[in-house]
Design a binder for this molecule. Sequence first.
Ligand code: NAD
Length: 491
Amino acid sequence: MSEGNKQATTLILFGATGDLAKRKLYPALYRLYKKQNHFAVIGVARRDISHDDFRAIIQESLENYTHRDDDIQDFVQKFFYYALDVKETEGYTGLKSLCDHVDSEFGLKENRMFYLSLAPEFFAPVTLNLQASGLTDNSGWKKLVIEKPFGRDLKSANELNEAIHNVFKEDEIYRIDHYLGKEMVQNIQVIRFANPIFESIWNNRYISNVQITSSETLGVGERASYYDHTGALMDMVQNHMLQMVALTAMEPPSRFETEDIRDEKVKVLRSVRQITTDDIAGHIIKGQYTRGTMPNGNVVKGYREEDNIKEKSMTETFVAAKLFIDNFRWAGVPFYIRTGKRMTVKSTEIVIQFKDAPQNPYFNNFNDIQPNLLVIHVQPDEGLSLKLNAKKFSSSGDTMPITMEFSNSDLTGADAYERLIQDCLNGDSTNFTRWDEVALSWEFVDSITKAWNEKNIPLDRYESGSMGPASAYELLDKDGLHWWPLTKVEK
Ligand code: NAD
């Protein structure tokens, strides 16, 4: 059987006229088509449009977001459209007929990938309707791809999980965290476990602290009404930030197999110290942006002035936290994380700060010694840099910091969604989150929400265009540390 035949798939995409589909999924599907994947797509959304109208949407998306060749007509002929209000059970019968038709026309072996790019309240009802209509009684394989957020807290995530488990087995469920599709996030394990020079010092004897930042310059934009009920803790910390913590901190898996890797991530998440109501004040900062000037000179509105945001909204657009991982390797090493909107620059970086060289009288000759830093650049640049100390040229004992760099930016790699959809077609769920990872992340986040509510923790305001509130700096200052400036940024 050729590789193409193995992956023959009908992709039923719910939310086919949405922002995510247009910006990310269609360009990713086009690149997968060019790599000889064999699939057809049925787009589902509420609007009543024809197959040709839908194909025009795909073409427009490709024009805006990716390079196109003259095979575009052949590509769009694989796209079909079905108008459906996903809450209406009756409409699924027609979807099944179209699915059967597309399946036989393209020889897709009744393999079905259901991709839910919808608002989260639809995840459970759609799954149950798929079953009731017989769409999941197919002779090929079936997979459910589900966008974030997976629940709003542990309780709702549990309910959602139970609902979808009535229809799909755990190994048929692909919970997307698109950070896990990013090149350098996938590279963390290779950097660590394929390089003994790092792995041997990757512990509390040699590492002073870890800093993980994911900053955005954009404000809340068109997602305002969704975001005002969510905030940075649920939107970023529960998923992307904790996943980066887990990958940075995990033990080497016994085998590089999906479940072994996930087991190690789960162990880290289980070891993250719960934040109690009593120590919340010193460990977690929540912030909200105010009016300010971005580095490009644009004056932008404060969060509470944005359209569709409540005038006195207490939703946080920024979170900084100090975490501890209570296991043998990491005892005593703080992991600082911060994420926010309307910050000075757009960047995601993981900084490993190594401990200082031992102090003794002879070393006094070396002035200006800086800590060694290993920086993993996740975005916009994809790469790695290592900061060392070296002798200043032509001086007696003076030192200067030097940086060794590797940058992936010249290589044309796949994007996160392309990698993740390819993995899903191939049946590889390593880079998707397993239920226990999701549950443990919610448990941690719920403890913060509870403590914030009980202690009435203030919302620290920060000016748009800054790197967050003063309290986020104090968080490290108290420990005699500071946030390292982000080095690879998009303004
Ligand atoms: P969107 O609001 O732009 O699109 C939603 C889609 O759902 C539209 O096609 C709409 O027609 C369809 N829809 C809404 N109600 C429907 C109904 N009753 N019946 C049938 N179809 C209906 O949303 P989006 O930004 O594309 O996000 C989709 C999902 O992806 C969400 O879960 C979101 O959290 C997640 N996500 C989005 C992004 C992003 O960058 N946009 C990033 C990460 C995750």
